[in-house]
Design a protein around this ligand. Structure first.
Ligand code: SF4
Length: 211
């Protein structure tokens, strides 16, 4: 059996940083609460569509206090274009109530506290830690991170929690947040789920192409 050559993660980071120097969060928000809600809406929906819906939602309910007092039917009607509206409206309402009751309406800054909010998993919690609290080691395992990490053989796992652990073990200090944003860009533009464009891909010399 031939030994596998580990992917040069530092070279992957360097190449993607060169290709996407300005990669950043693509959800629009003006407060930690609004990012929390926008992230919930982005489940199985595009950031572009979420950004079309949130101006109206946040004009009506800009913070945890106003959102927790809202009728879920009204939230549901506004967020309908994002899909899964009944579930998302209920989650957003419950999350706002918990935030108000247990955290005074202020988005908390630890992963343990964030995970106590209804509908908030590790992906969202890490996104908040990275974007709001400036944690450069936050690992946001979304669909693009999952796919690219496997194709690049940075992990052998498919479960987000295990992928997060694997990436934490190999990524240099302070690189995770930026890399995850760049995975999103590369996953959208080049390494797509259905037809990765390996010819001409900036990572082609580094990637084992485990498709
Ligand atoms: S070489 Fe192919 S599989 Fe590897 S990152 Fe590029 S597009 Fe994806």
């Amino acid at each position: 059996m031939t030994a596998q050559i580990p992917t040069d993660v530092a070279a992957v980071i360097a190449a993607l940083t060169l290709a996407y120097p300005d990669a950043d969060c693509t959800l629009d928000y003006v407060s930690p609460f609004q990012l929390l809600v926008a992230t919930r809406l982005a489940a199985q929906c595009t950031d572009k569509r979420v950004n079309m819906v949130t101006p109206e939602l946040f004009a009506h309910f800009p913070d945890a206090q106003s959102m927790s007092g809202a009728d879920t039917a009204e939230i549901e009607a506004i967020i309908h274009p994002c899909g899964l509206a009944p579930t998302k409206a209920s989650n957003i309402s419950e999350m706002s109530k918990t935030l108000l009751r247990d955290f005074g309406g202020v988005v908390p800054g630890t992963i343990e506290e964030l995970l106590k909010l209804p509908g908030v998993g590790r992906k969202t919690a890490n996104l908040i830690l990275g974007e709001v609290f400036g944690d450069k080691n936050a690992v946001v395992v979304d669909t693009h991170c999952t796919r690219l990490s496997y194709r690049l053989r940075l992990t052998d796992n498919h479960l987000p929690e295990k992928i997060e652990k694997d990436l934490r073990a190999i990524l240099p200090e302070g690189t995770a947040r930026g890399l995850c944003h760049r995975f999103v860009e590369h996953g959208r533009q080049v390494c797509t789920a259905r037809s990765p464009r390996c010819t001409g891909c900036t990572l082609t010399e580094l990637c084992p192409k485990r498709l």
